[in-house]
Design a protein around this ligand. Sequence first.
Ligand code: CTP
Ligand code: MG
Length: 232
Amino acid sequence: MGVVALVPAAGRGERLGYGMPKALVPVDGVPLLVRAVRGLLDSGCVRHVVIAAPASDVDNVNTVTAPLAPADGAVHVVPGGAERSDSVRLALEHALREFPGTSIVLVHDAARAFTPPTVVKAVVDAVAAGHPAVIPVLPVADTVKEVDAGGVVIATPDRSALRVVQTPQGFDAAVLLRAHEAAPGLAATDDAGLVERLGVPVVTVPGHQDAMKITTKFDLAVAEALLAGTGG
Ligand code: CTP
Ligand code: MG
């Protein structure tokens, strides 16, 4: 089974405001990206990793991630694009070119650096079991409102039918390529959304609180507290 993980890590981290690309921000001395890649490899079911890095930091990222490559796999770094979806597409094209036997692709945000390897494995297992698109999700704790451009409430969706979506998202490699080719230039924040547009069913598996996306300073403080709690 040839599983390749694509790691979009080319964002600027503007909301975090740390003065460097978010993927390189250290928590207890270890960059978020390194933690994310380790988590993928620790699942035992990812062979190769392709990282989309900020164009200005490709060499830097290579230096910190090359030592993570498993004995029978590789960690490659490519320059990312302007939007997350561009970064994913560039990493996907690289993966299909460099690792031709690839049948399953994961897309995992560098910013979800503390995702437990068990979640990675659950996603891969579900794709391997025949589901072309699989996403980890959590129930929604807050009531969610849909509002118009002026902030006036339009609707209150039934909370019990809503889910918060995490990564890694897992795909049949050919389906993900088709989804990206069918929506050129669409700045999607979520790859499963592109697959939904093809009419391909997307199934869910349980996510995990630790797979939270680190977006703001508050999230970084939560991650630091998490780490202090586990001693990891
Ligand atoms: N990402 C990417 N290429 C981009 C934009 C984002 O690879 N052009 C990646 C980020 O590095 C991150 C993931 O997509 O791992 C999710 O994006 P987000 O959390 O928005 O990160 P940033 O874009 O870095 O943050 P911000 O939007 O606050 O600048
Ligand atoms: Mg962003």
